[in-house]
Design a protein around this ligand. Structure first.
Ligand SMILES: Nc1ncnc2c1ncn2[C@@H]1O[C@H](COP(=O)(O)OP(=O)(O)O)[C@@H](O)[C@H]1O
Ligand SMILES: [Mg+2]
Length: 351
């Protein structure tokens, strides 16, 4: 952490004051910080990629042209995030350039990332892992609905807050999604591979068909890590013959059904995977009947209804009135006609 800015450093002429470093990822340092104008605690990510150095507070890079391109992409991360107001996607507050680098302010998530949780506790039970991945599926589906791919879903980029909220962060590799099925999408140039172990093979190629199925792979690799304590082998190693270990021998709470779903989500052939998060969730939902059957005889009880995980929102939320509403309207019309006829007959008999 030698290169991190010291606690007490002012940014934006004192509008923000940095505290301790709370994270270090591929793009830089994340600090706990104080917003002195709004009087709240925030997190500030500073762009400081590997190879950077510092003279005073100013950041220097050995490759200025690439650096300024990457810094522009970092600012783009803020714009990608700003499109969402979702309980399971980190909320962004501001972004600016200063000290020859850029800063991204987000809400402070008081908790731990899933990688740290697994490192401290070891592999999680099937129930716990599914409870954690459900909100991440919801968040990822919202990202896809917004026309983007996250491209770097992994335990380190997911925080479980102490109040139980689970939040997806790090939109640094987010890119526009090409709509359509695997078979019909255009070739999309790739700039960055994502993270080894979680990225599917298509993300390693300079030209490849990435799509919602690529984030499906990363979601399954993340779930695999939660259940086994480690990510699956890197996709290029798997392509050259390294097999997936048998998950159930590592973690006996994993049902045969879940292991089967993970194998299909981690298929090297993108077409063999569930193509969307919604399809994946339909297979993962622990409340679904296939799960209850496949868990027979296992130490893990079926998820009680009070802890049933809500499925991700449907892709097309219909705004049509329900069938019951339509029936009620029909009934009212018929009743009005009958009343009118009765009234008419009474009137014509009187006069
Ligand atoms: N808003 C936040 N609140 C709390 N911790 C955070 C926040 N954002 C990031 N972190 C921590 O910092 C780490 C790195 O942040 P991340 O956004 O993933 O940066 P990078 O792009 O460098 O990987 C995360 O794994 C997490 O532990
Ligand atoms: Mg990260």
């Amino acid at each position: 952490m030698n290169d991190a800015l010291p606690s007490g450093t002012d940014l934006q002429s004192g509008a923000f004051v940095l505290g301790e470093v709370i994270g270090r990822g591929g793009s830089g340092f994340t600090y706990l910080a104080r917003d002195t104008v709004l009087h709240r605690t925030v997190a500030i990510k500073e762009f400081f990629p590997p190879g950077s150095s510092r003279i005073g507070v100013q950041v220097q890079s050995p490759a200025p042209i690439e650096y300024s391109k990457e810094r522009a992409a970092f600012v783009q991360e803020a714009r990608s995030l700003a499109r969402f107001a979702h309980p399971h996607i980190v909320h962004v507050f501001a972004v600016w350039e200063e000290n020859e680098t850029a800063y991204l302010v987000t809400e402070f998530l008081d908790g731990r990332n899933l990688q740290d949780i697994v490192e401290a506790r070891g592999a999680l039970s099937q129930n716990e892992a599914l409870q954690l991945i459900a909100p991440v599926c919801e968040a990822t589906e919202a990202v896809h609905r917004g026309g983007l791919l996250h491209s770097d879903i992994k335990p380190q980029n997911i925080i479980r807050c102490y109040d139980g909220r689970v939040v997806l962060l790090d939109f640094g590799l987010t890119r526009p999604a090409v709509t359509g099925s695997y078979a019909t999408t255009l070739l999309v140039p790739q700039n960055a591979a994502g993270t080894a172990g979680y990225a599917p093979l298509e993300q390693y190629s300079r030209v490849a068909r990435t799509g919602t199925w690529s984030d499906v792979y990363a979601l399954c690799a993340t779930l695999w890590h939660l259940l086994s304590g480690n990510p699956p082998p890197d996709a290029p190693d798997r392509a050259s013959g390294t097999p997936l270990p048998t998950l159930r021998s590592i973690n006996p709470t994993v049902s045969a059904h879940l292991e089967h779903v993970l194998h299909s989500g981690l298929a090297m052939d993108a077409l063999a995977r569930p193509q969307t998060v919604r399809e994946l969730w339909a297979l993962l939902d622990p409340g679904a009947s296939h799960f209850e059957q496949s868990q027979e005889g296992l130490p893990l009880a079926a998820t009680p209804s009070s802890t049933r995980i809500a499925p991700p929102m449907p892709l097309n939320v219909s705004t049509r009135p329900s069938i019951n509403d339509e029936n009620a309207v029909g009934m009212l019309v018929v009743m009005s006609v009958i009343l009118f006829v009765v009234f008419f007959l009474i009137m014509t008999q009187q006069f």
